[in-house]
Design a protein around this ligand. Structure first.
Ligand SMILES: [Zn+2]
Length: 177
């Protein structure tokens, strides 16, 4: 490669300077920006973590939103609309809150109290199948879905890690395989 330098628009604070940055400098700049983004993301997570069991409604809402639909790692490519209905209604919020409360807002895998998620030990998909759930009313009145004993608290990292284990947390595997 003959061209080792790239001309770019000068940022205002570089007025009067060369206006030419080497590839290395550009690379450095872009990595610096990436780093900056990450640290803001980390700050956000830390702020969530520090709220602990004093999550504000806004934070709860954000967490809920983050768990809806395609953003959720529970998402099965849209095959189960019922599962989405289950995870996005008020009963789910209450169930999750009770699971968190029982587990003292602590990941039951690693003990962290960061960004936590409530996991159905017996998968929602199996509960839907077993109880032949077809409607929203059916969901609301299905006690198996809302048993606190079927829930467990994981931090995000452990949840992802455990989900990768044949697509299921190992707790489920131990119980159901
Ligand atoms: Zn954990």
């Amino acid at each position: 490669m003959a061209k080792e330098i790239i001309k770019i628009k000068k940022p205002s604070h570089r007025k009067g300077k060369t206006g030419i940055w080497s590839k290395e400098q550009l690379k450095h700049n872009s990595e610096w920006h990436k780093g900056k983004k990450l640290s803001e993301e980390t700050k956000r997570k830390m702020s969530l973590a520090h709220k602990g069991n004093k999550l504000t409604d806004k934070h709860k809402d954000n967490i809920r939103k983050a768990n809806i639909g395609s953003k959720s790692h529970f998402w099965k490519g849209g095959t189960s609309k019922l599962a989405v209905l289950i995870r996005t209604n008020i009963m789910y919020s209450k169930w999750r809150e009770m699971v968190f409360l029982r587990d003292d807002y602590t990941c039951q895998e690693c003990g962290n109290k960061g960004y936590i998620e409530a996991h159905h030990i017996k998968p929602i998909s199996i509960i839907i199948e077993e109880n032949k759930l077809k409607s929203f009313q059916g969901i609301l009145s299905c006690s198996a879905l809302w048993e606190i004993g079927n829930g467990i608290t994981f931090c995000k990292e452990c949840h992802i890690k455990l989900d990768k284990f044949r697509g299921r947390p190992k707790h489920e595997k131990e119980i159901f395989v």
